[in-house]
Design a protein around this ligand. Structure first.
Ligand code: HEC
Length: 112
């Protein structure tokens, strides 16, 4: 093993986790959703929802998130998605950022 191998390995690991890491904007959205939604939903990549009926955000599923209608509903006000949420309207920019964040954290639901 040449003496640079460990360094190259470290670079490789950093590189591959880079694509998984949330960018600044996504972390801003995560903090916003933590404030607004974490009372009921598991917001990040781990954890269970405090409200058992509220889907953890990482399991919402790509189909919903790729539906342009979803972004629109975030802007129209929350009750257009579900009634449990006190009305919150997102600007178009924020709605798009929310969808980008949610897409970044999606994972297949594990079989129980
Ligand atoms: C007071 C509790 C509560 C809060 C706060 C809350 N939710 Fe929910 N959410 C629920 C419940 C309960 C459900 C499932 C039942 C339903 O759809 O009404 C749900 C469902 C959802 C769904 C899935 C709807 C579907 O059609 O599958 C989305 C998306 C969602 N919430 C997003 C959010 C976002 C984004 C926020 C923060 C801005 C938020 N929720 C805040 C309780 C909450």
């Amino acid at each position: 093993m040449n003496r640079f191998a460990p360094a190259l390995l470290a670079i490789g690991v950093l590189w591959s986790s880079e694509s998984e890491a949330l960018d600044l904007e996504q972390r801003r959205v995560e903090a916003m959703l933590q404030r607004m939604c974490a009372r009921c939903h598991a917001v990040g990549r781990t954890g269970t929802s405090p409200n058992a009926l509220a889907t953890p955000f990482r399991y919402l599923g790509e189909n919903k998130l790729y539906d342009p209608d979803f972004t629109q509903r975030l802007q129209d006000g929350y009750s257009s998605i579900h009634r449990a949420m006190p009305t919150a309207r997102f600007s178009r920019e924020d709605a798009e950022a929310v969808v980008s964040y949610l897409r970044a954290i999606q994972e297949p639901r594990k079989a129980k």
